[in-house]
Design a protein around this ligand. Structure first.
Ligand SMILES: [Zn+2]
Length: 233
């Protein structure tokens, strides 16, 4: 919603966003990037000063994320490897056949590929996940159509969009963009992201009115947000 800028701080470069909040929010993202959300009129110098005071905490957060990333094995694309679908672990069964495809059978994701190499299996699996994402998200968004109509809000329309640091976004015309990676998360978390974006159709920022509406529609949102942050995609 608001312009972003990159600023230099004692802890390295950081993305600075503005909102109508009253205090500065500092976040360290899992990749180590720093994201700042400052009040509209806050001086960049003051922001930089505050970040410097939190340099110790930022370093600690980065260390924690580094350790978590090191402990997480990379996704594998062979029989027996596990992948998450709607928050549940499934094992792969890779079979070499003429046609490429994926089917879910008895807790297994059965992948057919013409050649059992990582790239082939990965492509088949990613295509399948993207398809499931389209179906799942569209169905869940459909549940909001009536709600939006009754409030004279634009009817929500789904767009799948890969975003590096976000799960979703909402536009005033009702377009709700959702990150297809969400398909790996539990369905309650997907519903939280959708509810969050639906609230934006009424309130574009994260102000008190937005928070009150989100709280009303999804009382458990804080727990779901935290759970989503822990999902290993
Ligand atoms: Zn938001």
């Amino acid at each position: 919603m608001f312009e972003e800028e990159i600023i230099q701080t004692a802890a390295g470069s950081a993305t600075l966003k503005r909102s109508n909040r009253r205090t500065l929010a500092i976040s360290v993202l899992p990749n180590g990037d720093i994201e700042l959300v400052a009040p509209m009129g806050a001086d960049v110098e003051v922001v930089v000063e505050k970040v410097a005071k939190r340099a110790g905490w930022i370093a600690k957060q980065r260390r924690t994320f580094r350790e978590m990333n090191a402990a997480r094995p990379p996704l594998r694309y062979v029989t027996g490897a596990t992948h998450l679908y709607l928050g549940r672990q499934y094992r792969l069964k890779v079979a070499v056949e003429e046609t490429r495809g994926v089917a879910m059978r008895g807790g297994y994701l059965c992948v057919r590929v013409s050649e059992a190499v990582d790239d082939e299996v990965k492509a088949a699996l990613e295509g399948w996940f993207r398809q499931r994402a389209g179906e799942q998200f569209a169905g869940r968004l459909q549940a909001w159509v009536e709600w939006c109509r009754n409030r004279r809000l634009p009817v929500p329309k789904l767009r799948l969009r890969r975003m590096a640091k976000r799960w979703g976004s909402a536009q005033t015309d009702g377009t709700i963009a959702l990150n297809p990676e969400l398909i790996h998360a539990p369905s309650a978390c997907i519903d939280y992201v959708i509810t969050h974006e639906i609230c934006h159709l009424k309130h574009p920022d994260h102000g008190p009115k937005f928070r009150a509406l989100l709280q009303q529609l999804c009382p458990d949102w804080q727990r779901l947000k935290e759970r989503l942050e822990r999902v290993e995609m």
